[in-house]
Ligand binder design. Structure first.
Ligand code: AHG
Ligand code: MN
Ligand code: MN
Length: 338
């Protein structure tokens, strides 16, 4: 049968290898970590699509380090990523949103030169409702020089030190989006062949259409954030208004805004003075991706990428999306919140 398309079909493996060619000194180690994340994505994806089945759905009954209920799928996703990466000799240490301390490489395996951080399942409170969830990861070069185990110092790095980051969104289809600092590329899983195929090459943020925030918390927000929100709605001197979209899975909210244009924010509020989102596992990697697509990410006062983290699970307010919208947030916060 003749092929009906003359489009080039690019698998994620091919693409990651082609990207490596841009770095003549590359040894293939980073490439291999990225490819293993694609494998993790396929395994987790096949589980999330069966989440409604009785033996998988529901809470484990435990509470994680963030004080949140751990869902079975959180645990599964965490384990899969760990098991794919503990023995490869590529990493010196890992960190996960679901693990209180840094995760050492088991002593029977050799340590490598990279660090892997991940949020195994983002938006997990949405699992029971069949709403999109995702996985977020970032990769750094180790900071400590010797060959032994990595340390907390290797994990606590700035967003500007990220070597590669990506996310997988388990939605109506499964997509993996990644960047090695050379643009942002999106792949859709074809479940019939089990391959991620390049569907969104070189993603750039289009003109903004959406704003995304949990307005149920508005009364806890500062004056600046409340005014900014009104500005987004076409008040406070703005002649245009944006559409509101809020899923409550950061990954799905930011993914939509990456493709459709807009701003996502989770501000500090009177209940959570540092916001809710985690600097290392959520804010840094998603900010890296959005900035690679031409956008900007801020705490509301300074770029996320400039912050030196001091704690593994530290939280941060986050404003991320089209540059002019994020800068507008900074403007309102500086003007009204002192
Ligand atoms: P996680 O499931 O990894 O704990 O993250 C949930 C986060 C994020 O995905 C989302 O944007 C936010 O929590 C939603 O919080 P609210 O319910 O407070 O709006
Ligand atoms: Mn999360
Ligand atoms: Mn999570």
């Amino acid at each position: 049968m003749p092929l009906r398309t003359n489009k080039r079909i690019v698998t994620i493996e091919r693409h990651i290898l082609d990207e490596q060619a841009a770095f003549p000194d590359a040894t293939g180690t980073l490439t291999a970590i990225l490819y293993d994340m694609a494998v993790a994505a396929k395994l987790i994806s096949s589980h999330t699509t069966r989440a409604g089945l009785a033996d998988i759905i529901g809470a484990t009954g435990e509470v994680n380090v963030q004080g949140e209920e751990v869902q079975l799928l959180d645990e599964y996703a965490h384990r899969i990523i760990f098991q794919l990466n503990d023995h490869t000799g590529r990493l010196c240490v890992m960190g996960s949103e679901e693990e209180k301390e840094i995760i050492p490489i088991p002593s029977k395996y050799t340590c490598g030169k990279y660090v892997l951080l991940f949020d195994p399942l983002d938006g997990s409170s949405n699992i029971d409702f069949n709403v999109s969830v995702g996985t977020i990861f970032s990769i750094f070069r180790r900071k400590t020089e010797f060959d032994g185990p990595g340390t907390l110092e290797d994990v606590l790095q700035k967003g500007s030190d990220i070597v590669a980051a990506g996310y997988i969104v388990y939605g109506s289809s499964t997509m993996m989006v990644y960047s090695t600092g050379n643009g942002v590329h999106g792949f859709t899983l074809d479940p019939s062949i089990g391959e991620f195929l390049l569907s969104h090459p070189n993603i750039r943020l289009p003109e903004a259409r959406f704003y995304s925030a949990n307005q149920g918390y508005q009364s806890r927000w500062s004056d600046g954030v409340q005014r900014y929100t009104r500005w987004l709605r076409g008040e406070e001197g703005n002649t245009q208004s944006l559409s509101l979209r809020y899923i409550g899975s950061m990954i799905a909210d930011i993914h939509r805004n990456l493709l459709g244009g807009g701003v996502f924010y989770y501000p500090a509020d009177t209940k959570s003075p540092n916001g809710k989102l985690r600097m290392l596992f959520e804010a840094q990697p998603m900010s890296f991706i959005i900035e690679q697509a031409g956008g900007y990410a801020s705490t509301g006062r300074q770029p996320i990428r400039d912050i030196q983290p001091t704690q593994l699970h530290q939280r941060t307010p986050l404003y991320v999306g089209n540059r002019e919208l994020v800068e507008k947030a900074e403007e309102f916060i500086a003007k009204y919140d002192g």
